[in-house]
Design a protein around this ligand. Structure first.
Ligand SMILES: Cc1cc2nc3c(=O)[nH]c(=O)nc-3n(C[C@H](O)[C@H](O)[C@H](O)COP(=O)(O)O)c2cc1C
Length: 188
């Protein structure tokens, strides 16, 4: 059960835990829920955590440029990430602002390294979420093999809330505000 002396302690506890989850298929923190502000309501979905920039304090994920979440985040870039590990009952709620990277040197570099099996996610002829005939297979486009629909979500972290539940009831809830440079202990 962690108690923190400084904001830096909480930040490294959280980001190092998340960095460990990247690439580990069985780690529950690899697949957080990403929430954002939609047109009419809150939007939530599972997403794969692809990288953690521990130095800069950022989370990275991939998506299709045409996905509804991308349109929503371009309008309202606030994104909240929810991570939970049931093995030690640790939850992180991370408040971010998300920038969409698309068709730049970085996205091209990542696209080149992306395994063939993952590329299919960004190659559908129709945009993700579009209605399609029930009896027709999903169609993939040759044209998009250049990675033109591949986008990276880069989420700069502003707040980290860590909650750890303990069997003895000594739950620990802490809030770091990276912009203000403050660390607060909260009633769990
Ligand atoms: C285990 C799992 C992992 C997922 N990973 C991603 C991901 O990395 N990127 C992504 O865009 N969608 C991912 N999805 C799909 C999203 O949850 C969501 O259904 C889809 O992106 C549509 O979201 P949107 O309509 O809000 O854009 C994943 C779904 C599951 C079940």
């Amino acid at each position: 059960m962690s108690s923190f002396q400084t904001l830096a302690d909480l930040k490294s506890f959280c980001l190092e835990r998340l960095a460990k989850a990247v690439g580990n298929l069985s780690d529950p923190m690899r697949t957080p829920v990403l929430g954002n502000v939609g047109e009419e309501q809150a939007e939530l979905r599972t997403i794969v955590l692809r990288d953690v920039d521990v130095e800069q304090g950022a989370l990275l994920a991939y998506s299709d440029w045409r996905a509804p979440k991308v349109r929503q985040l371009l309008k309202a870039p606030q994104g909240t990430w929810l991570f939970y590990d049931p093995s030690d009952q640790t939850q992180f709620r991370i408040g971010t602002r998300i920038e969409i990277l698309h068709r730049n040197d970085y996205t091209c570099e990542v696209w080149k390294e992306l395994p063939e099996s993952n590329r299919g996610n960004y190659l559908t002829t129709l945009p993700p979420g579009r209605m399609q005939a029930a009896d027709v297979s999903v169609e993939y486009s040759e044209e998009m093999k250049d990675g033109s629909q591949f986008a990276i979500l880069r989420a700069t972290i502003h707040t980290i809330e860590s909650l750890q539940l303990a069997k003895d009831g000594n739950h620990q809830r802490w809030l770091a505000d990276l912009d203000r440079g403050s660390l607060l202990r909260l009633v769990p």
